[in-house]
Design a protein around this ligand. Structure first.
Ligand SMILES: O=C(O)C1=C[C@@H](OP(=O)(O)O)[C@@H](O)[C@H](O)C1
Ligand SMILES: C=C(OP(=O)(O)O)C(=O)O
Length: 450
C-alpha cells in the first residue's frame, strides 16, 4: 500500500443476514516468517497458503533483494531458495516495506549481523512508526542505524562485522521486537537470551525450532526466557500457513451483529498467543463456537461458527490479554457498540503506534457514528447502545490503516445508516479478498461515498 494515487472511498450499507462459509487468507505473521526463514535456510522451502497481501509481497521482494530466490507458483504456493544464515547479499537499492511494521522490523533484525548495509523506507504510515525499539537492541549486536529524528524511516542499517550475542529484556510487549532480536542472533556466535515479560505471539520461536535452530523457551518469574544458539544451519522446510485469526475476526464479528447471520470460518489458527479476541467475544455472550478442533502443522486449528448474538454485554478485557488480540481491538470496539454496557480496554498503549493511532482513529469514527467513547493514554471504553441501536451514517478516515477501514465496513453492515471510509485501499495489505468474501456472505459494500 503505497498511499500514492487516488483514494478509493468505500461504503458499507445495512444488509440482510450473513450466511455461508468464509475462507479467509493465510496468516500474515506466519507468511512473513516463512519467507524470511526460508531465505535464511539452506535448500528450497515450499510454502502453501501464503497470504498474498501487499505487506507479505513487499517482504518477498525484500528477500529477493538480499539474494534469495523467491518464486510464486500460483494459488498461494511459493518457494524460497535460501542463502543460509550469514549469506545475505547487500541490496542494490532501497528496501521499501510499504505499510508493514512486521516486514521492516523482522528484516532489519535478519540483516543486522551481516557485514552489509541496507536502507529501508515505507509509506507515510510506516515512516511515522518508531524503529528505535528495534535498532536499540540491534546496536547491542554491533549494528549501526541512522534514520530520521525519533528513530523513524527512512533508515540505514550498517550490519555488525563482528557480531556479539546479547542478553536482552524486551521493554514493550512486541513480537516484532522479540523476533528482530532472535533473527539477528542467528548470525551471532554463541548464546543469545531474550526475555519478554508478557508473552507475545510465538511464531518465530516455533518456526526457528522447525527449521532446526537450537532454541529453548522457559516460563519463569521474570517472564518468558528464550535462549537461542547462534550460527545454526537452518534446513529448508515445507510450510502450510494456517488461515489468519486476525482476518477471521471480521466475518466473525460481522455475523455477531447482523440480525439472522450464521457464518462458518473454517481452518483458523487458534494459537493461544493469538486467540484473545474469540475468548473475549465468548465472555461477552457471543454465540461463537469452535468446531472440528484439531492440530495442523503443530498449531491448534478449528472451524469458527458465529451466529447473530443480540444479547452481548460489555466486559472489562483483562490487560494481560492485550498481546493476544492486539490487532483485534478496532473490530472489538465495533462489536462493543452493539452490546449493552461498557467495554473497558486497559493496557493497550501499543495501539497508539500501529499503522495509525488506533485508539484515536476508532474513537473519532465511533463518535461520528453516534457511539460514546472515553479514552486515556493506554485505555479506552466504549459504551454500547445495544443490538440494532447504532446510528452510523458517517464517513470515517481510514488513515492508511487496513484494520480501521475493515472495522468500519463491519459497523456499516449492522448500523441504522451506511458507514463509509474515505479510502479502502489499505485493506489489501492484509486481506486482499475482503470485499468479494464479505459480499459472498451477503454484505453490501460499494466503492464510493454513501
Ligand atoms: O510479529 C508479528 O507478526 C506482529 C506483531 C504485532 O506487532 P507488535 O510486535 O508491534 O506488537 C502485530 O500488531 C502485527 O500485526 C504482527
Ligand atoms: C499492526 C499490524 O501490522 P504491522 O505492524 O505489521 O504493520 C496489523 O496488521 O494490524
Amino acid at each position: 500500500m503505497s498511499g500514492h494515487g487516488t483514494p478509493i472511498p468505500m461504503t458499507s450499507r445495512p444488509c440482510g443476514p450473513l450466511k455461508g462459509s468464509a475462507h479467509v487468507p493465510g496468516d500474515k505473521s506466519i507468511s512473513h516468517r516463512s519467507l524470511i526463514l526460508g531465505a535464511l535456510s539452506v535448500g528450497t522451502t515450499r510454502v502453501t497458503g501464503l497470504l498474498e497481501g501487499d505487506d507479505v509481497l513487499d517482504t518477498a521482494r525484500a528477500m529477493r533483494a538480499f539474494g534469495a530466490t523467491v518464486t510464486d507458483h500460483g494459488d498461494g504456493n511459493w518457494s524460497v531458495q535460501g542463502v543460509g544464515v550469514g549469506g545475505f547479499a547487500e541490496p542494490e537499492n532501497v528496501i521499501d516495506c510499504g505499510n508493514s511494521g512486521t516486514g521492516v522490523r523482522l528484516i532489519m533484525g535478519a540483516m543486522a549481523t551481516s557485514p552489509i548495509t541496507a536502507t529501508f523506507t515505507g509509506d507515510a504510515s510506516l515512516n511515522g512508526r518508531p524503529m528505535g525499539r528495534v535498532t536499540d537492541p540491534l546496536a547491542l549486536f554491533g549494528a549501526r542505524a541512522t534514520g530520521r529524528a525519533g528513530g523513524r524511516l527512512p533508515m540505514t542499517i550498517e550490519g555488525a562485522r563482528d557480531p556479539l550475542p546479547v542478553h536482552y529484556t524486551v521493554p514493550v510487549p512486541s513480537a516484532q521486537v522479540k523476533s528482530a532480536v532472535l533473527l539477528a542472533a542467528l548470525n551471532a556466535p554463541g548464546e543469545t537470551v531474550v526475555i519478554e515479560k508478557e508473552a507475545t505471539r510465538d511464531h518465530t520461536e516455533r518456526m526457528l525450532a522447525g527449521f532446526g535452530a537450537e532454541i529453548e523457551v522457559e516460563d519463569t518469574d521474570e517472564g518468558r526466557v528464550i535462549t537461542l544458539q547462534g550460527q545454526p544451519e537452518l534446513t529448508a522446510q515445507d510450510i502450510v500457513v494456517p488461515r489468519d485469526p486476525s482476518s477471521a475476526a471480521f466475518p466473525v464479528c460481522a455475523a455477531l451483529i447482523v440480525p439472522g447471520s450464521d457464518v462458518l470460518v473454517p481452518g483458523i489458527g487458534l494459537n493461544p498467543t493469538r486467540a484473545g479476541l474469540f475468548t473475549t467475544l465468548r465472555e461477552m455472550g457471543a454465540d461463537l463456537t469452535y468446531e472440528n478442533e484439531r492440530i495442523e502443522g503443530g498449531e491448534p486449528v478449528a472451524d469458527l461458527r458465529a451466529r447473530y448474538s443480540p444479547d452481548m454485554q460489555g466486559i472489562a478485557v483483562p490487560p494481560d490479554r492485550a498481546a493476544s488480540m492486539i490487532d483485534e481491538y478496532p473490530v472489538l470496539s465495533v462489536v462493543a457498540s452493539f452490546a449493552t454496557g461498557v467495554t473497558d480496554m486497559q493496557g493497550v498503549k501499543e495501539l497508539r503506534v500501529k499503522e495509525s493511532d488506533r485508539i484515536d482513529a476508532m474513537a473519532q469514527g465511533l463518535r461520528a457514528c453516534g457511539v460514546d467513547v472515553a479514552e486515556g493514554d493506554d485505555w479506552w471504553q466504549v459504551t454500547g447502545l445495544g443490538a440494532g441501536n447504532v446510528p452510523g451514517g458517517a464517513t470515517v478516515a481510514s488513515r492508511l490503516d487496513h484494520r480501521i477501514a475493515m472495522a468500519f465496513m463491519v459497523m456499516g453492515m449492522a448500523a441504522q445508516k451506511p458507514v463509509s471510509v474515505d479510502d479502502g485501499r489499505p485493506i489489501t495489505t492484509s486481506f486482499p479478498i475482503f470485499e468479494p468474501l464479505m459480499a459472498e456472505l451477503g454484505a453490501q459494500l460499494v466503492r464510493s461515498n454513501a
